[in-house]
Design a protein around this ligand. Structure first.
Ligand SMILES: *Cc1c(COP(=O)(O)O)cnc(C)c1O
Length: 366
């Protein structure tokens, strides 16, 4: 029998948490399940750690994160007061939800997308509606534009969140489509989550000069191989960043530690390494498209560091289990519309070869 809820429990804020991809402790696995970068961070990051003076940890870190913000400012050519940083883009996005989506009108995001959005909406009690992607998993911009402006949306729009490229589909929605959505929504904040933009898509960053309600969010977790350091950033108008910073400082002033600030700046300092790593992943991805097609898979065209695949004969759940037994970990989402798909992170050529070798052999029986 279920235990009766105590009175104090009835006063607790209870939420449905996000489930991150697993981090198995087993040795020698091929880990292709959380879109981490298979290459190490830039060499300068190692030097930061080797040279770090622990005496610095006695003091609180710089609450303005100036070293990192300055490096971002230089790298992306954006003024410092238009930059926000946080503990991974999850932190930047969560703070943005808390700050910008404070009305009774529902925020909109795709039905198939980053599965943290509905969790934050639940956490902060933000009303939301998911907008179904088209049959081919692309976004129809008119779904995010009100009927008065020539779109399909009936009813108010309290805000919009769209990852571009989208996850887990990998599809690049292109700048013109995103611009159309922003242009027709001057009354709500539009967040574009660019976690995967460095793998071949185009950023909408230049649009922050035109639209003061646009927030562009990025991360060091994927293209800069720093998922373990938790570094995220956001760009927007001065006003937008000011509102965001005010909420942050009323919540936790010291979100980023002294070592991480230096690591982030060091990573930004090595553009050649960054570009080389991204290019290697793009090349491996393009080869993977060819190879997986030959093996009977189909997938939307990806501009990210993963492929979202479905097989012509074998069910995704079955493949997932077979791969897992072989020590190859991929991601499966138990969710309507996509439960016959697997999301496979692009690893090194060697890791991908292990995947192809197994699949080639395993698929013979079907
Ligand atoms: C990985 C990911 C993030 C979060 O990355 P952080 O590690 O928190 O920076 C945000 N959005 C999307 C779409 C992602 O795939």
């Amino acid at each position: 029998m279920a235990e009766q809820m105590k009175t104090w429990e009835s006063r607790v804020h209870r939420v449905e948490p996000y489930t991150p991809g697993e981090q198995p402790k087993i040795q020698n696995i091929v880990k292709l399940n959380t879109n981490e970068n298979p290459y190490p961070p830039a060499p300068a990051v190692q030097r930061v750690l080797t040279d770090f003076d622990v005496e610095q940890l006695r003091k609180y870190p710089d609450p303005t994160a100036d070293e990192l913000v300055s490096a971002l400012s230089e790298n992306y050519k954006v003024p410092k007061d238009q930059i926000f940083v946080g503990v991974g883009s999850d932190d930047v996005l969560a703070m943005s939800f808390l700050t910008f989506f404070h009305s009774k009108d529902p925020i909109l995001f795709p039905d198939i997308t980053y599965s943290f959005y509905d969790v934050w909406a639940g956490e902060f009690e933000i009303p939301y509606e998911t907008i179904p992607l088209k049959e081919d998993f692309t976004i129809d911009p008119l779904d995010y534009i009100s009927v008065e402006k020539g779109g399909h949306r009936e009813g108010p729009i309290g805000g919009i969140v769209i990852p571009n490229p989208n996850a887990p589909t990998g599809i690049d929605g292109n700048v013109e489509m995103i611009r159309k959505i922003i242009e027709n929504n001057p009354d709500a904040v539009v967040i574009i989550d660019e976690a995967y933009v460095d793998f071949g898509a185009t950023s909408v960053l230049p649009l922050i000069d035109t639209y003061d309600n646009l927030m562009v969010v990025g991360t060091f977790s994927k293209s800069r191989s720093l998922a373990g350091s938790r570094i995220g950033f956001g760009f927007g108008s001065r006003k937008l960043i000011k509102y965001l910073s005010d909420v942050k400082y009323s919540f936790n002033s010291y979100t980023m530690d002294a070592i991480t600030l230096k690591i982030g700046a060091a990573s930004l300092g090595d553009t050649a390494y960054f570009e080389d790593t991204c290019q290697k992943i793009v090349a491996t991805r393009e080869a993977a498209k060819k190879r997986l097609k030959e093996l009977g898979f189909s997938f939307p065209d990806s501009k990210t560091n993963f492929l979202f695949v479905t097989h012509e004969k074998v069910k995704a759940t079955e493949l997932f289990a077979a791969l897992r037994k072989e020590g190859i970990i991929v991601r499966h989402f138990q969710q309507p519309r996509i439960d016959d798909y697997l999301r496979i992170t692009i690893g090194t050529d060697e890791q991908m070869q292990r995947l192809y070798d197994f699949l080639e052999d395993y698929l013979k029986q079907f």
